[in-house]
Design a protein around this ligand. Structure first.
Ligand code: UGA
Length: 448
């Protein structure tokens, strides 16, 4: 069985390399020639631990590689090569709206369709959607595909949402908690069982269901995770008002196995290319379906999340004596989370941008995301190290919890700052250690 992967962002590149790792011949496609060129040369154009090594392990032409993986921008080549085509293009939020922008997915299906030539002896080609889409899309896309394939071509659609996290993408793909496949025939199920045979043998559960349920599992999962984060951040607001400590509170809640401690870290809240846009697209879709009341709570989840950013700006302003003018602010972190260089809807950059607009002199440092941050916010100051960012700072804001920041030495930092004030936006620094070194330590949802 030969596999193609359409779209080589975080999801597609990881999926392509992991399919080669599972033993398949894989052809990846991207419409961006520079993306195809970089991947063909063994370079992953984003920071994702372990991904570049896996790419090189299988990429054709690399010394000692299996040669099972290559990339192209030719749809004809992809159509002729693949038995199974995974569609992994992105589905961003539509500009100025909550709804999901389906244009990349639609265009991928449309461009692939004319090339799905299958002879009568071959099994139907299987086009498998992995992108996160509004419920109802798979059915619509299957009809759209059927209208566009050459006369007599045999093709089927399946939906197989992806649950990988950035920063853990390779491991999450090769060791998923579960596989979910939405299918319309036993044949499609059998093909996907063959694709994932290696994972199924290891006991990975597979949920086989219909299209809408498969699509909904993904949006429901991300909505639940977002809700859990906003729940604890709402508790942080109550903690601040009452003098309680949200870190102790979440630690105590976590002992209850029914609640669990994962995604219960209070702080600056969620960002990135998935959770924020997925809950909004879900609300928009529910509205179209006449079920908007069911998801009004997600609007609150979104508001709580966005309030965290304003609250951090407020706290920083207080620490600067009531205004940012003439004040230097060091921002540690630009990525939306550690072990990633992704700055899409990054809470850290959002705070940095707001402070700068209010007159602060902001200098940002991030171990991997400075280049991407500079493209998005060229007017912010950037540094090459923590110490350089903190030079002369009136307040230091810790906004993305990279290991390097968790291990910072408060004494070394004290040497370069103008005032020893630190705001921990991720609640991971040890307050006692910082206070013992003479710092004013403040965090969201913790007593001052
Ligand atoms: C998320 C989901 O976790 C994946 O399962 C899903 O496949 C992916 O979206 C997607 O839809 O493609 P990701 O966006 O990589 O993955 O990031 P998460 O690890 O979920 O973190 C999201 C945000 O929540 C980050 O900004 C993080 O800092 C924040 N967060 C996470 C908290 O504020 N508190 C927590 O306790 C956990």
């Amino acid at each position: 069985m030969k596999i193609t992967v359409i779209g080589t962002g975080y999801l597609g590149t990881t999926h392509a390399a992991c399919m080669a790792e599972l033993g398949f011949e894989v052809l990846g496609l991207d419409i961006l020639p520079e993306r195809v060129e970089a991947l063909s040369a063994g370079r992953v154009p984003m920071y994702e631990p372990g991904l570049e090594a896996l790419l090189r392990k299988h990429l054709v032409g690399q010394p000692g590689s299996t040669g099972r993986l290559r990339f192209t921008s030719s749809w004809a080549e992809v159509g002729a090569f693949g038995d199974v085509h995974f569609v992994c293009v992105n589905t961003p939020q539509r500009r100025g709206e909550f709804a999901c922008d389906m244009s990349y997915v639609e265009s991928a299906f449309d461009l692939l369709a004319p090339h799905l030539q299958r002879s009568a002896e071959q099994p139907p080609a299987l086009v498998v959607g992995k992108s996160t889409v509004p419920v109802g899309s798979a059915e619509r896309l299957a009809e759209r595909l059927a209208e566009r394939v050459p006369a007599g071509a045999r093709v089927e659609v399946a939906w197989n949402p992806e649950f990988l996290r950035e920063g853990f993408a390779v491991n999450d793909t090769l060791n998923p908690d579960r596989l979910v496949v939405g299918v319309r025939s036993e044949q499609a199920e059998a093909v996907l069982r063959e694709v994932y045979a290696g994972l199924l043998e290891r006991g990975t559960p597979m949920v086989v269901t219909d299209f809408p349920t498969a699509e909904l599992v993904k949006t429901a999962a991300n909505s639940f995770l977002a809700t859990k984060i906003s729940f604890i951040n709402a508790m942080a607001e109550v903690c601040e008002a009452s003098g309680a400590d949200v870190v102790q509170l979440s630690g105590a809640l976590a002992y209850d196995a029914r609640i669990g401690g994962k995604f219960l870290n209070a702080g600056l809240g969620f960002g990135g290319g998935c959770l924020p846009k997925d809950i909004r697209a879900f609300m928009a879709r529910a509205g179209e379906l006449g079920a908007d009341q069911a998801l009004t709570f997600l609007r609150e989840v979104d508001s709580i999340n966005m309030r965290r950013r304003s609250r951090m700006v407020e706290l920083a302003r207080e620490q600067c004596g009531g205004g940012f003018l003439g004040r230097r602010i060091a921002v540690l972190g630009a990525a939306f989370k550690p072990d990633s260089d992704d700055v899409r809807d990054s809470p850290a950059l959002n705070v940095a941008g707001q402070i700068q607009l209010q007159g602060g002199q902001v200098t940002v440092f991030d171990p991997k995301a400075v280049d991407n941050a500079r493209k998005l916010f060229p007017s912010l100051g950037y540094a090459d190290s923590v110490l350089e960012a903190a030079e002369g700072a009136h307040v230091v804001l810790h906004l993305t919890e990279w290991q390097e920041f968790r291990e910072m030495d408060p004494h070394a930092l004290a040497e370069v700052v103008s005032e020893r004030r630190i705001l921990d936006g991720r609640n991971v620094l040890d307050p006692q250690r910082w206070r013992a070194a003479g710092w004013t330590y403040r965090a969201l949802g913790r007593p001052s």
